[in-house]
Design a protein around this ligand. Sequence first.
Ligand SMILES: [Zn+2]
Ligand SMILES: [Zn+2]
Length: 302
Amino acid sequence: MTVPHRILGVHPADDGGLPLAVQRAAAAGARALQVFTAPPTYYNEKVTLKPDKAAKVHAALAAAGIARQHVLVHAAYVLNTASPEEPKALRARAGLAKELERSSVLGAWGCCFHPGSAGDSDPTDAAVRVGLAIRHALEQVPEGSGTRVLIENTAGAGRTMGRTPEEIATMLAQVPPEWRHRTGYGLDTCHLFAAGHDIHTSADAQRATIDAFVRATGEAPAFFHLNDSQHPFASNKDRHALLGEGMIGAEPFRWLLADPRTAGIPLVLETPAARESVVEDDVSADPHDARMIALLEGFLTA
Ligand SMILES: [Zn+2]
Ligand SMILES: [Zn+2]
């Protein structure tokens, strides 16, 4: 039996700047990386990433042996492109376009974002608004480095969008066919589980869950976030836990790594860090990150 090869990553602390985050990821044994390019609790719709700053990140990536195509940017959490409130949605739309611009300067694989909440509006209309925001971002930013705008599935709290394969498919359907290769989606295991999708009872059930997303959207996921869940199945609560220390358990992650759809794409841990804060010049790995990467590597060799 051949041992599967997987691109495992972390989202490290970025105290001291992105080049230090790169070094912390490499120290944890990661070959993929997720970062924020601006503070995630702001819209950042006017924030740019200067080429000289990007060059420093590229140098750090090269030194760390992490390919640019294995870098994922996580967009700000506040971008509610699904919002029925016009000013909010427009600002989110501008913010998403800027996220794509910064991610492109970085040459990242993709920029993932949470679709936001429908509020008191119709969910289908909300999904269409999300899709139009993606389209707007693609219009604003030239294809260039090939960075994609990627929808992340959500845990489904309240009226949040992106819980079902159908909602994600509706969002992607708003993008003209000639631009579809610049978009896509990714799946977060904690969000799947919390949203009530079976990824934990058997490998077959997990495969069927991923199949449903592939069928609805017409394509495989572009990334995975590997997180266990603090809260029970179908709780709609988004609280990540260390793999094997939450309600999903370790074994479903072994199944997932054996699924061919996890090959060749970033598989990024967003599990809790051991350290509450990091001294700016400390480039050592977070102990939890290093332990999680080792756990997953064990699944690949066992
Ligand atoms: Zn996310
Ligand atoms: Zn989450």
